[in-house]
Ligand binder design. Structure first.
Ligand code: SF4
Ligand code: SF4
Length: 386
């Protein structure tokens, strides 16, 4: 049972940080952006589009029944990104013919249902999920301990498009905690409040924050009774997790390298040539400098409501965050090694967060789907927590 004062609690407005796109053009590189087939067909009628595709020797290739992929050039940059880093489709045709993914990025939104369906006062609220693969989010906004929201003009214009991705109806009235355990929406609100409290210490250890989050999950729908003071993940689980999830284009060779600090290769992410992982775990890691960024990343990941609407449990989202934490640390260290540094700095950590979001926790359906359907999520979560 919830404490009485929590009943019918009005959703508080968390502090907000307004996002403004810096037009860096980085979200137009490397990733496969789907474009709705109808928009692509209309674009193909435009002479300037035909010229652009002809000059770049590219076509729209089919992705699935409803989408093509935006063509990328040899450097894996969208062929419609101008030299001035502006989108040519936007320039020539306006927003209407741009892929919906490009219009929304870095946001997904979800209309939260009313806590009390009978109350006239409670209106559904729009809550945003934001991708930390965006450069501005990762470099400027993650450390602000605030919900990242679009600027007013954008929000007004695209509110319905954004919210249409996940409707109020799609958001479950009972949130699955894990296994068969569920909580009502006000219990879920309690969980979100606790997350703010846990992560408001900007230099607190991310490991401790994840452990405390697990404690809150175990105690739902009540408040947690105990507080851990220190915590470290079971080392075996960290290694197993990397071994299992890390991209390994060279298969068994790369897996072996991860385990033994050998020669690892991933040309798409780390450039050509293998990287010796020797000294990987011994690189200096300044917690005071790096924790705020890492905590900001974990906090937005744990609040990812769109995953709940697509059938994840809170335990599965937490295990995603734990795995994301291991992956970010691994990439940050590897990027420092690539540059022959002896210390991980904010620069490597920021890039590691962006890579992890792009290739795993934010935009990789196979990775996310694993946690949704895997029946052993809870077992793995408690194993990882020692
Ligand atoms: S990565 Fe972010 S800041 Fe850069 S262009 Fe894309 S949305 Fe804008
Ligand atoms: S269509 Fe425009 S916004 Fe979308 S990836 Fe290409 S250049 Fe970027």
């Amino acid at each position: 049972m919830l404490p009485p004062e929590k009943k019918n609690k009005k959703l508080p407005s968390p502090p907000q940080a307004v996002f403004n796109c810096s037009m860096c053009g980085e979200c137009c590189t490397s990733v496969t952006v789907p474009i709705e087939k109808e928009k692509a067909h209309r674009l193909l009628e435009k002479p300037w589009v035909k010229t652009q595709l002809k000059e770049s020797h590219r076509v729209f290739e089919e992705l699935d029944d409803t989408h093509y992929a935006m063509p990328l050039d040899d450097n894996r940059v969208c062929v419609f990104l101008g030299e001035d880093k502006k989108c040519m489709i936007h320039g020539h045709e306006g927003e209407a013919l741009k892929p919906v993914e490009c219009i929304r990025f870095p946001f997904a939104a979800i209309r939260m249902p009313r806590l009390d369906k009978d109350s006239e006062e409670e209106t559904p609220t729009l809550r945003y999920d934001v991708s930390a693969s965006c450069k501005t989010v990762a470099t400027q906004l993650l450390t602000q301990q605030a919900t990242i929201v679009p600027n007013k003009a954008f929000a007004t214009q695209f509110q319905n498009d954004l919210a249409a991705m996940v409707h109020e109806e799609a958001f479950p009235q009972k949130i699955r905690v894990g296994g068969f355990k569920t909580v009502a929406l006000d219990g879920y609100q309690l969980y979100l409040d606790e997350l703010v409290r846990i992560f408001e210490d900007p230099i607190g250890s991310p490991e401790l924050a994840l452990k405390r989050t697990a404690q809150v999950l175990q105690s739902l729908p009540n408040r947690p009774k105990t507080q851990v003071k220190s915590f470290q993940f079971w080392p075996f689980w960290r290694h197993f997790s990397l071994y299992w999830f890390l991209r390994r284009p060279y298969g068994i060779m790369d897996q072996w390298a991860v385990l033994t600090e050998g020669e690892y290769s991933d040309p798409k992410i780390l450039g050509m040539g293998g990287i010796s992982l020797k000294g990987h775990r011994r690189l200096k890691w300044d917690e005071h400098q790096l924790n705020p960024l890492l905590n900001g990343y974990l906090h937005i990941l744990l609040q990812r409501k769109a995953l709940l609407a697509f059938g994840h449990s809170l335990a599965s989202v937490l295990l995603i965050a734990v795995s994301g934490y291991f992956l970010v640390q691994w990439y940050a260290r590897t990027l420092a090694l690539v540059q022959e540094k002896d210390e991980v700095t904010e620069e490597e950590l920021t890039l590691a967060i962006r890579l992890t979001e792009r290739y795993y926790t934010g935009h990789q359906p196979y990775f996310l789907e694993f946690f949704r359907v895997f029946p052993g999520v809870e077992g793995c979560l408690w194993l990882s927590m020692g």
